[in-house]
Each structure stands twice: as C-alpha cells, then as structure tokens.
Design a binder for this molecule. Sequence first.
Ligand code: NCD
Length: 335
Amino acid sequence: MALSSMTSSNPTAAGRYPAGSAAFAHRDLIALAGLAPWEILFLLDEAEQWVELNRKPHKRDDRLAGLTIINAFFENSTRTLLSFEIAGKRLGADVVNMHAAQSSVKKGETLIDTAMTLNAMRADAIVIRHQSSGAVGLIADKVDCPVLNAGDGQHEHPTQGLLDALTIRHAKGDIAGLKVTICGDILHSRVARSNIHCLTTLGAEVRVCAPPALMPADIEALKVSPFHDFNVALDGADVVMMLRLQQERMSGQFIPSPREYRHLYGLTLDRLARARPDALVMHPGPMNRGIEIDSNVADLAGRSAITRQVEMGVAIRMACLDVLTRRSRKVEGWT
Ligand code: NCD
C-alpha cells in the first residue's frame, strides 16, 4: 500500500487482549523485551484514537488534567523530548522539562539523589532519557510513579519501537510475516534493539545489517538474521530501516571513513531497487544525509515514512502516558 493511501483505521481489538480489564499490567515502560504480543498490540491500538485526534484542528483531550509529568532528559534530544511534551499537553497534563545541562547533575548530584528529588515533587509520570544503559530502570526502582524510558544508552528506546511498528502497520497492515531490514550501527543502537524485540514479537522476519565492527557479538540470540552485505540484506525487503552512526557512543575507530561507509552501507536509490518495489523507507532521525541515507531516498514521495514516524510518535506517547496513568487515575478496570 502506498504511503498516500495510508489509513488511520482502528483494527479490531476483539479477542486480542482481555477486553475491559487492565490490558497492560506493568507500572513502567522501560523496555519492549519481555512484553507479550498482545501488550504491544494493545498500546498500538490505543494510539489509533490519538492519530485521529492529532489530525484535527482542535487537538485536545483533558483526561490527564491536574497531573504533572516531568521529562528528565540527561542527553540531547529534539523529536523525542518535543513529542513527549506535546503528547502530555494534548492530554491536558502539566508538563515540566528538566534538561541535565541546566540541572544539579552538573554539580555532581548522583542519579539516585536526582531520582529522589523528582519523586518528592510528586510527579504522576516521569519520562527519562539517559546516556547510560540501565539508568532509567535504576531510577524507576526509586520512585513511586510510572517511569517511561525515552532512551537509555544503547539498551532500549521503547516508544521509538512502538511508533515504528505503528508506522509500519499503517503502511502495510499486519506486521506478521513482513521482511524488515535494519541497517547501520546496530551495536550502539537502542532503536535497533527496541525494534528487534517489537517486530520479532509481532512475527516479522528481521534482518540486521552492519559492518562486522558494528554488529553485536550475540545478535543471533535476538532471533534475527545478521548480514554484512547490505545488497543481500535488502533482497525482497518490505521495510528498510536506516540508522545513524552513533559517534557519541564510539570509543575509537569503527569505520574506515564516512565515504567508504556510504559506499557499502548507504541507502541509495540504486540499492533501494533491491528491496520490494513498494518497500517502506524509515529512519528514526536525526539523519546524516549523504552518509547512511541519500537525500533523494529520504525524501522519496510515497516511499519514505520518515515524517510519518514523527507523527506516529506523538500518538504513541499519548497512548503510553494515558495507559500508564490509568491506575493512579482509578480508571474503571485498572485499579
Ligand atoms: C534516536 C535516539 O536518540 O536513540 N533518535 C530518536 O530518538 N529519534 C536515534 C539516534 O540518535 O540516532
């Protein structure tokens, strides 16, 4: 299905998860690893109503009115921070952003002390991005409200995995059976990890492609097929997801040069022709145009879903904030 004909139809939820009861039994959203298929589908289904609302001129639903959400970002972000802020505000919550660069973290405060401070302010949900894998889970153990992981080191970025799955579902329908090729810096990518867990749980065939130095040693344990030759990995793919080289997480030289990297692993129009003729092109952003993806592919009308991913991101974050605060809001069936 071409991007232009994407629909926002809400697929029937009947029979996929326990209707009318708490269909998401977790307090926090730290990782997609370990979630059941129906828990992921529940969050995707919940997001559909927000896709529709966000396309209307009046984008407001006040179900989180009176609640305080803190976005604590210890690492730079454009789309994830903005997206969580917009999501909270569209649901009527008071949203406060804490940037680590302007916080007491710079004065040597420990992560646990920062967590206890946030907790004492009685937030109703805390969204955290941190440069260390596991840091968000650590904070979650110290606070009394739901915690949402907005990316922790190279571990996971669960709302990115969900928004990518929603984008794929809108373009292709059912995710089960699709061939998804993820190419780039798999080793350092939390986006890759969350997508692998999400897409394999939903029944997709996931191929990962990277130069040997950027492929995790234990990758096959994640039920994906590893490739080093991008041309082979693209053969017959329904979805091609490109990743940035995460220079900030690299210590030392992982690739010979950006030019050589593009030659072997860059998504060019010629290379895209190896995938299915209707293959969807995705990238979580920020893109390094001319390195992992050429501009004429990133902007390819009807094929590139990159701005659609950003749109789905707001809806997914609204769904996650709504669902995770249902217990404290005493929504029927969620107490
Ligand atoms: C990603 C991230 O921060 O993990 N971006 C995002 O959240 N959209 C990917 C990246 O930084 O390359």
